[in-house]
Write a protein that binds this ligand. Structure first.
Ligand code: F6P
Length: 319
């Protein structure tokens, strides 16, 4: 293996830049040439890539986003798209790919790698932490802390004005961010796509709480489970109490990666290069049981189960 390429695809996650820096600098230390592909699979289809050197990745260790840009590329899932992408691979003598992204990225990498017998190693990066078999992905810790910072601030005003807030966090198909920030933020209820939720019960608790002097309430909702506005309207209808809503949105995707996200990204970048040099392919790397570990792409793209029940039990006792 003489030359590898690195790309970021799907939703960006804070720490992707940190991972790119590691792949490039560690790759060079292993006598590899490293190309950066722009805008994910789109860049491979359209031959938008350039050789990166030590200096190309200066000053990005602490920057959110990705200097390589990222995109969701439907064209890559077509036969023609994949063939054009492989033309770029051949023409540029690329011997292996490091794909930094989430589920969608890995399912595309699985197909591409198999079809053209091209070594592909994934680095798990997604704020949703929804990659099966992997405990921690790049970006989740940062996104959770961003959301938590906002929730702590909302708590101040909710308590002072004795109000009910419904806070919408990211997670189209995953309740990980919602559950984590709700527990860490002492939020009274959380609504996630993976679990049925009875708003009548919540409203009953709110009314009962009011009678015994508990006047403020924060309900966290993952975007995939519904809209904050909708829930707030129903709570007001059922309880007669005033509500406010906050949609945190894409602020959760940006910002300086935390020490944890950076440390993970730096270690995963090195590990991805090592795995390619060892001849491995078709695997996604992430933190597993406290260490850098791997799962095959087929496993990584399955639905990840969330232990929501134990969260709910603990949260009910503690709030
Ligand atoms: O990257 C994951 C994620 O942030 C989800 O939590 C969210 O639902 C989705 O991406 C939003 O995607 P987009 O930025 O393309 O609207």
């Amino acid at each position: 293996m003489k030359k590898i390429a690195v790309l970021t695809t799907g939703g960006d996650a804070p720490g992707m830049n940190t991972a790119i820096r590691s792949v490039v600098r560690y790759g060079i230390s292993q006598k590899l040439e490293v190309a950066g592909v722009f805008r994910g699979w789109w860049g491979l289809i359209n031959e938008e890539l350039k050789i990166l050197n030590h200096r190309s990745v200066s000053g990005i260790i602490s920057q959110g986003g990705t200097i390589l840009k990222t995109a969701r590329c439907a064209e890559f899932r077509t036969r023609e798209g994949m063939e054009r992408a492989y033309e770029t691979v051949k023409k540029n003598n690329i011997d292996g790919l490091v794909v930094i992204g989430g589920n969608g990225s890995f399912s595309a990498a699985l197909e591409f790698g198999k079809k053209f017998n091209l070594p592909c190693v994934g680095i798990a990066a997604s704020i949703d932490n929804d990659i099966n078999g992997i405990d921690a992905t790049i970006g989740t810790d940062t996104a959770v802390n961003t959301a938590l910072d906002a929730i702590d601030k909302i708590r101040d005003t909710a308590t002072s004005m004795e109000r009910i807030f419904v806070v919408e966090v990211m997670g189209r198909a995953s309740g990980f961010i919602a559950l984590t920030v709700a527990l860490a933020g002492g939020c009274e209820d959380v609504i996630i796509p993976e679990r049925k939720f009875d708003l009548n019960l919540v409203c009953h608790d709110i009314v009962h709480g009011n009678l015994i002097g508990k006047m403020s309430w924060i309900i966290v909702i993952a975007e995939g489970a519904g809209q904050a506005e909708d829930i707030a309207r129903q709570v007001t209808e059922m309880t007669g109490l005033e509500t406010r809503t906050v949609v945190l949105g894409h602020v959760q995707r940006g910002g300086r990666p935390t020490a944890f996200s950076r440390g993970l990204a730096l270690n995963l970048g090195k590990a991805a290069v090592d795995r390619l040099l060892e001849g491995k392919t078709g695997i996604a790397l992430g933190m597993i049981a406290g260490r850098i570990g791997e799962v095959d792409f087929e496993t990584a793209i399955q639905n990840k189960a969330l232990d929501a029940d134990s969260f709910y039990q603990l949260n009910k006792i503690l709030t």
